[in-house]
Design a protein around this ligand. Structure first.
Ligand code: TXA
Ligand code: MG
Length: 350
């Protein structure tokens, strides 16, 4: 299949391209599009055949459910059996935005979309192209991240093309995304609202709006793979670069020292090494490649660069990656959740 790639000017969104894209969705085809978090691979959410195409294009296990993207709060009624009162509160506070909510599904939502589950994940993205695509298609759009299963999520259209060219009908290129990590997922079907995937919106922010406690899925906090996370997608080794990756955690100077010792050793063994560093430390490393995530106290920049840097490591064919750790105050948990998975939970504390 020929994949059409269109560059979209965010200031003047081309209505005819958006209509062409919307028609493809309505015909059951797949279109990749930008959201504020990562690029999504969209198909008609209520059409089981579209869901099957999504799983096949990504090479994703079909028991891993898709998020349904909506453009208006009223659309929620089309997929949710009942709308919990918490959903209204959270939507008022965070939609459109990087928050996905899980509720009981209506019969109209095919099991192909929900990976066989009786619940459905819903999100209203905060991106003009995503919202316009949903409206022009006249459908609700099921969309996982637009990467091949197991690769880092795409934060630029070029990443989508790299993974999915020839496998989908169209890619809408809206430039690099704003946030760079996937939405926070909150499960509203539990006694106590539970975060199944940490993201830009923190449990504290959710709890403040709800006026009640919000807990983190114990399967996410677990330092290893012994406790199973509730979101099926969180159990897979995700976001993984091809190289062997190790995170070094601790005091800044000790981390630099440890990484330099290990880098030297790996180089002597003839292995190509990359170090994932920050502006404050990048000069201190003696590796083949030093990749900079941004300033240490600028968490947004770290989130935004992470997946691109992991992809760059693949591109540069490095064999070993040493990464600093990023226990930043607000979204550090979301960042480290991804980075730990990329490293297969290999961490050295110094
Ligand atoms: O930011 C995002 O959420 C992006 C953009 C494109 O919107 N989408 C995204 O989708 O990250 P995906 O498919 O890569 O991740 C969806 C996650 C998976 O871990 C999946 O298991 C979980 O959501 N999920 C979806 N429906 C669920 C359900 N009913 N119950 C539990 N987990 C669910
Ligand atoms: Mg994904």
């Amino acid at each position: 299949m020929d994949t059409k790639i269109y560059k979209i000017d965010l200031e003047h969104i081309d209505a005819s391209i958006m209509q062409e894209a919307g028609n493809l969705i309505a015909e059951g085809e797949l279109v990749a599009f930008p959201t504020e978090t990562v690029y999504g691979l969209g198909g008609d959410a209520l059409h089981p055949e579209a869901a099957r195409k999504i799983y096949s294009a990504k090479g994703r296990p079909s028991d891993n459910p898709l998020i349904v993207h909506i453009a208006d709060f009223a659309d929620l009624e089309r997929v949710a059996k009942e709308i919990p009162k918490q959903a209204k509160l959270l939507a008022d506070a965070f939609w459109p935005g990087p928050l996905t909510m899980i509720m009981q599904k209506k019969e109209s939502v095919p099991y192909a979309t929900t990976g066989g589950m009786d619940t459905v994940a819903v999100r209203m993205p905060n991106h003009p192209i995503a919202l316009e695509l949903i409206r022009k298609s006249g459908k609700l759009i099921a969309a996982p991240s637009a990467n091949t299963s197991g690769r880092p999520s795409p934060t630029e259209a070029a990443h989508v093309a790299e993974d999915l060219s020839g496998r989908i009908a169209m890619i809408l290129d809206g430039g690099p995304v704003g946030i760079g990590i996937e939405s926070t997922i909150i499960d509203l079907t539990e006694q106590v609202p539970m975060v199944l995937r940490p993201g830009y919106i923190t449990p504290e922010m959710l709890s403040e709006v709800l006026g009640e406690a919000v807990i983190m899925d114990p399967g996410i906090i677990a330092a290893d793979d012994t406790t199973k996370p509730k979101a099926p997608g969180m159990k897979y080794k995700h976001y993984a670069p091809k190289a062997d990756m190790i995170i070094v955690d601790g005091d800044k100077d000790a981390v630099v020292k440890e990484i330099n010792i290990r880098t030297k050793k790996a180089k002597q063994e003839g292995r190509k090494v990359a170090v994932i560093a920050t502006e404050e430390t990048q000069q201190a490393y003696d590796a083949d490649i030093v990749l900079c995530m941004g300033k240490r106290d600028d968490e947004d920049s770290i989130a935004k660069h992470m997946y691109k840097i992991l992809r760059d490591c693949d591109e540069l064919e490095v064999q070993v990656i040493y990464s600093e750790s990023f226990q930043t105050p607000r979204i550090g948990q979301a960042i480290m959740n991804r980075l730990l998975k990329a490293a297969g939970h290999k961490v050295i504390h110094v």
